[in-house]
Design a binder for this molecule. Structure first.
Ligand SMILES: CC(C)(COP(=O)(O)OP(=O)(O)OC[C@H]1O[C@@H](n2cnc3c(N)ncnc32)[C@H](O)[C@@H]1OP(=O)(O)O)[C@@H](O)C(=O)NCCC(=O)NCCS
Length: 181
């Protein structure tokens, strides 16, 4: 089901639906070498990849398999980044959470402001019971974001990803609805 345009309007940012007009901003975020350093996919190299991502995001709205939202700054409508729920498993009432900011927007706490609204939606309207995050253990900023939200580190999966020939481990974090409420 296509979500309302705004999922949440917070003090500095809003979480809103993504559409085709966002493709250039998505390309900027996902093609940045440092900004995508710890993602399980290589940086985008062609703007067409952003168009394809928007198509997948819209398909996710339609079939409910993923929920991917723009983090937009209220003051100037700048596209700061993306937060998402994916790998939703209905029978387990669980999903994975992910997030990325454009490199120039790091260090201002925007993701920490945005994620509680997404988590509240996941445990509320979506009826989920568990959220997971799979992060590269070297990604200290991401680790700090999760820990501040109450996620617990539950395990380490060795050499779980190979991106551009580089093997990386996964630190698995979990947050239960009962942890959140
Ligand atoms: C992960 C990410 C969203 C964090 O967003 P951010 O707005 O820059 O985060 P913050 O400024 O709130 O920083 C989070 C914490 O990490 C700390 N931190 C940031 N970079 C750090 C580094 N290189 N080493 C150690 N600590 C670091 C900050 O000091 C802050 O600490 P605090 O909680 O004690 O204040 C952002 O870095 C990003 O988009 N990274 C690329 C995408 C990504 O890796 N996503 C996660 C994988 S799903």
């Amino acid at each position: 089901m296509t979500p309302d345009r705004d999922l949440a309007v917070l003090s500095r940012v809003r979480l809103r639906r993504i559409d085709a007009a966002d493709a250039p901003a998505i390309f900027t975020v996902y093609s940045h070498e440092e900004g995508t350093r710890f993602l399980a996919r290589p940086p985008m190299v062609d703007p067409v990849q952003a168009d394809e991502m928007v198509a997948r995001i819209e398909a996710g709205y339609a079939d409910g398999s993923t929920l991917q939202l723009a983090i937009e700054r209220n003051s100037d409508a700048a596209f700061l980044g993306v937060c998402l729920l994916f790998n939703m498993v209905a029978r387990g009432a669980r999903a994975e959470i992910g997030y990325i900011l454009g490199r120039e927007h790091w260090g201002q706490g925007y993701v920490s402001e945005a994620l509680p609204a997404l988590i509240t939606h996941a445990f509320g309207a979506l009826g989920l019971n568990r959220l997971e995050a799979d992060i590269d253990p070297r990604n200290v900023a991401s680790q700090r974001v999760l820990e501040r939200l109450g996620f617990r580190r539950e395990g380490l999966l060795r050499e779980r990803w190979i991106v551009r020939g580089e093997k990386s481990d996964s630190a698995i974090y979990g947050l239960l609805r009962s942890d959140w409420t």
